[in-house]
Design a binder for this molecule. Structure first.
Ligand code: ATP
Ligand code: MG
Length: 419
């Protein structure tokens, strides 16, 4: 196991295009780091530089404090965990796991191989399947075989590049929790590339959000969600996405296309002196006003809007409100959509309503908005003007603590099982 340090890493391909631009990340021993961002933002390039499959143009890469820029991939002792197609169909599970050891014939006796493979199989709950062929295993079992191969090598870290991208949604969900539990049990440093924000949020101890080769923010999923640094991170993380509403400040009110919203003094202050701001509101900050009890009402404000249509999902429902943007706002929304590799950011607000809500499309509705939670963004720079850095850092510290405790518990369990 190892810590991996990226210091001002730059990658310029032959055509001079900076695919990765000045990225610095400290990955702690045992940490699960996600690299996320739209297609072409440099995730794979960054991962390939860590394993050694791609030269580093400038900057320094360290494993446990030692510079490894010049080391060949095999000397870095990191394991790329590929998708299931990397398993050999004609070999048994045992032989698939033993494969990297056999390649290293001089080093391991038959007896040592047997011990390493059976130990790994035990940790991965594959003992009963050692004589079977990969083709007869479930997707989750195959993934574990691939991890077994990395384990017997006693690699210092696991690196994953979109390992679940061509699985169907249900299997992807199962594999996600397999990988997450395994990583905890093994306590092994992992770097995982994905452009799926759900994978990023559920797997990562910390998530690094990249845009066009530049690191935007690295933080726990909760910090990214609650205290994003800019419009890009705010819009990329979360599904359905955060709504962005143009607004101008009038005293303690924000004048928006859905009406005047009274906001807390600190929020109003952030918008002071700006001609135009973008208000960031997550869909779940809204609720059907009829379902908000008096105790909570005071934490937000009630307004009337026409919902164009609703979608009932069983556990909740989505309501949609259209608004007419000015050309300036339309341009900002277009630019943002382009950055995020999204089709189009429609001038539309998505609100999540309780499944019991009787609000229906085509009629005016009374909605409640939790104004404590909204963020204000500068439409020109994208900066989040209401970010609470202290609250964000606290969320990330808490996540790190939880991870430490989980790994310790998993180790205790493993030790108890070994006796
Ligand atoms: N061998 C190469 N030569 C030149 N440019 C490259 C090369 N490989 C990648 N690039 C460019 O570098 C940028 C980053 O590519 P990379 O593969 O790292 O993106 P990614 O974030 O993994 O995207 P995806 O989600 O589509 O896999 C892209 O703009 C790509 O066109
Ligand atoms: Mg890629």
């Amino acid at each position: 196991m190892a810590a991996i340090t990226l210091q001002n890493i730059v990658k310029k391909y032959d055509d001079g295009f900076p695919a990765v631009n000045d990225v610095s990340i400290d990955i702690e021993d045992g940490e699960f780091i996600i690299l996320v961002g739209p297609s072409g933002c440099g995730k794979s390039t960054l991962l390939r530089m860590i394993v050694g499959l791609e030269d580093i143009t400038s900057g320094e890469l360290k494993i446990d404090g030692k510079r490894v820029n010049e080391l060949a991939p095999r000397d870095r002792n990191l394991a790329m965990v590929f998708q299931n197609y990397a398993l050999y169909p004609h070999l048994t599970v045992f032989e698939n796991i033993a494969f990297p050891l056999r390649l290293n014939k001089a080093k391991f006796s038959e007896e040592e191989i047997k011990k390493l493979v059976t130990d790994a199989a035990k940790r991965l709950e594959l003992t009963d399947h050692l004589d079977r062929k990969p083709g007869n295993l479930s997707g989750g079992q195959r993934q574990r075989v691939a991890m077994g191969r990395a384990i017997v090598r006693q690699a210092d870290a696991f690196l994953f590049d979109e390992p679940l991208s061509n699985l169907d949604a249900k299997l992807r969900g199962q594999m996600r929790s397999e990988i997450s539990q395994m990583q905890r049990r093994l306590g092994i440093t992992s770097v995982y590339v994905t452009h799926d924000q759900t994978e990023a949020m559920t797997l990562g101890d910390r998530v690094a959000v990249l845009k066009k080769g530049v690191l935007q923010q690295i933080a726990s999923p909760r910090e990214l969600y609650e205290q994003p640094v800019n419009l890009f991170v705010a819009g990329f993380i979360g599904s359905p996405s955060m709504n962005f509403l143009p607004a101008t400040l009038e005293g303690t009110y924000l004048n928006t296309p859905i009406g005047n919203i009274p906001v807390p003094p600190a929020t109003a202050k952030a918008a002071e002196g700006k001609e135009l701001v973008l208000v960031g509101v997550r869909p779940e900050f809204f609720e059907d006003a009829a379902l908000v009890d008096d105790r909570h009402r005071g934490n937000g404000s009630v307004f009337e809007a026409e919902i164009s249509h609703t979608e009932w999902l069983g556990n909740e429902q989505y309501g949609y409100i259209d608004f007419e943007p000015t050309p300036e706002v339309a341009a900002v929304l277009q630019g943002l959509a382009k950055d995020m590799d999204a089709d189009e950011l429609r001038p539309q607000i998505v609100v999540t309503l309780d499944a019991a809500s009787r609000i229906r499309g085509g009629q005016p509705a009374e909605l409640w908005l939790d104004t404590r939670k909204i963020h204000i963004f500068d439409p020109r720079t994208g900066e989040n003007l209401t970010r609470d850095a202290e609250a964000g850092a606290a969320a990330t510290r808490e996540a790190a603590q939880v991870r430490g405790e989980e790994i310790a518990r998993a180790r205790q369990k493993d030790q108890a099982a070994a006796h």
